[in-house]
Design a protein around this ligand. Structure first.
Ligand SMILES: [Zn+2]
Length: 390
C-alpha cells in the first residue's frame, strides 16, 4: 500500500503528532439523536411506526431454508463430487439465511412486533443462536450500550483507542479490521471470524468478570445479576441448538464443513462487511449525533430487499424501532434537510475509506495506526460545515 507499517524499529513510546491540531470536532455543532427524531417524525407517515409482523414470516422461511440445507448436507459424500459442487450455491443461500436471521431479529428486538413474552423469547433465541449471541446480551450490548452511546468512549462497538492498553482483544481487532495496515490474509480470516470474536469478547467479559474493568473488550460494560443469569441460561440453550444441528448434519468432515461451517462463515462475512462500514470511519462523538457518527450505504436494491434495508444505518440510529421499509423516506428527508451532515456513501467508497485510514482513535477526530507511525484526521470530519437544520 506504499505507506509505512509498524515494525519493531518503531519504539513503543513513539508519540505521534496530531496532524490536525485544529480538528473540527468543536467546529461542528453536534445534534442529539432525539432532536433529529423530534424534527423528522411529524414528516413521516404513522404507518412507519406500526409494528411489522412480516419479519417473523421471513425469519420462519429462512429457518426452513437452513433446515433443508442441513438435511441435504447429511446426504453429502466425498465420492460423489458432483453433489458437493451442486450443494455450494445452496450453502450461499444458507449463508444469506444467517444474515437474515441476525438482521431480522435485530429489527424485531428494537420493535414491539411480538407482544407475547414467551413467543418473543423463543424467536429471539432461535434468531440469534447461529450468531452465538444470547438475546439478553444483545439487548445489553446493542440496544442499550451501542444505541445509547453510539461511537462515544463508552460504546463497546467502537474502534479501540491508541492509548488503550494492549490486550488480545485489541491485537485481534488490529489484525482483522480493514485499515491501512491490515494484511490481506488476516483481513479475509477476520471476515469469517470477527463476529465470533465480538461475541466471545463480550460474553466472557460479562459472564466471567462483569466488573466493568476488563481490559480486552473495547469498552467494558456491566449487566445486572438477573441479566447475567439469563445470559448464562441462554448460552447453554445456544450450545444445545448447535449440538442439535451438528447431530442433524452428522459428525462427518464433508457434511460438517459444507453444511455447518461454510454457511456460518459466509453469513458472518456478509454481516461483518456491513458492520465494519457502520461507524468505524467516523469520529468519536460525546453527543450521540447519528449523522456524524454513522454511515449509510447506497446498495443495489436486491441487497436492501434481502437484508431489511440494513444499509440505511444512519436512518436506523435515528429511528431504531421503525419499520425498515420506511427508511428510504427518512433518507429523502435527511438529504433534503441535512445534506452536508449526512454520511451517505457507496459501498465501495465506504470500504476504500476504511482501507485508507488507520483504525485506532488518537483523539476524537484523528486515527492512528497500531504503533502510531501513521496518523490521519477522520476523513468524514474534515468538512466543518454544520449543514442546515429542519
Ligand atoms: Zn440497532
Amino acid at each position: 500500500m506504499g505507506l509505512p507499517r509498524c515494525s519493531p524499529a518503531h519504539p513503543r513510546n513513539f508519540l505521534p503528532q496530531l496532524s490536525s491540531p485544529e480538528a473540527p470536532v468543536d467546529a461542528r455543532i453536534l445534534i442529539a439523536q432525539p432532536d433529529y427524531a423530534r424534527q423528522l417524525r411529524p414528516l413521516l407517515p404513522a404507518s412507519a411506526f406500526a409494528p411489522d409482523r412480516s419479519t417473523l414470516t421471513v425469519l420462519g422461511l429462512n429457518v426452513s431454508i437452513l433446515m433443508l440445507g442441513w438435511a441435504m448436507a447429511r446426504q453429502l459424500n466425498i465420492s460423489h463430487w458432483q453433489g458437493l459442487i451442486l450443494f455450494l450455491p445452496f450453502a450461499l443461500v444458507m449463508g444469506n439465511a444467517v444474515v437474515v436471521l441476525l438482521f431480522g431479529t435485530h429489527d424485531l428486538m428494537h420493535s414491539k412486533a411480538i407482544r407475547q413474552p414467551q413467543l418473543r423469547r423463543v424467536v429471539e433465541l432461535l434468531g440469534l443462536a447461529l450468531l452465538w449471541m444470547p438475546p439478553t446480551l444483545w439487548k445489553a450490548v446493542h440496544n442499550r450500550e451501542h444505541h445509547g452511546k453510539t461511537n462515544s468512549e463508552q460504546d463497546p462497538d467502537r474502534n479501540y483507542t491508541f492509548n488503550q492498553p494492549q490486550s488480545w482483544g485489541k491485537r485481534i481487532q488490529n489484525l482483522f479490521v480493514p485499515s491501512v495496515e491490515v494484511q490481506p490474509f488476516w483481513l479475509y480470516l477476520g471476515m469469517t471470524s470477527a463476529w465470533g470474536v465480538h461475541a466471545f469478547r463480550n460474553l466472557t467479559s460479562v459472564l466471567l468478570f462483569n466488573n466493568g474493568s476488563t481490559r480486552y473488550p473495547v469498552f467494558s460494560f456491566q449487566v445486572s445479576a438477573k441479566e447475567r443469569r439469563q445470559i448464562a441460561i441462554e448460552l447453554a440453550a445456544v450450545v444445545m441448538i448447535h449440538l442439535a444441528i451438528i447431530g442433524l448434519v452428522g459428525l462427518r468432515p464433508v457434511p460438517l464443513l459444507l453444511g455447518y461451517f461454510l454457511p456460518i462463515w459466509i453469513g458472518y462475512s456478509i454481516v461483518i462487511a456491513y458492520i465494519y462500514t457502520n461507524h468505524m470511519a467516523c469520529q468519536i462523538t460525546d453527543i450521540n449525533d447519528p449523522l456524524i457518527n454513522s454511515i449509510s450505504l447506497k446498495m443495489p436494491g436486491i441487497f436492501d430487499t434481502l437484508h431489511f434495508n440494513f444499509s440505511y444505518h444512519t436512518e436506523h440510529h435515528i429511528f431504531p424501532g421503525m419499520n425498515p421499509d420506511y427508511y428510504p423516506h427518512v433518507r429523502a428527508l435527511l438529504l433534503e434537510h441535512y445534506p452536508k451532515r449526512f454520511n451517505l456513501l457507496g459501498a465501495r467508497q465506504a470500504w476504500q475509506l476504511l482501507m485508507q485510514t488507520p483504525r485506532h482513535y488518537l483523539d476524537a477526530t484523528t486515527f492512528a495506526s497500531s504503533c502510531g507511525s501513521i496518523n490521519q484526521p477522520c476523513p468524514l470530519s474534515v468538512d466543518p460545515a454544520p449543514g442546515t437544520g429542519v
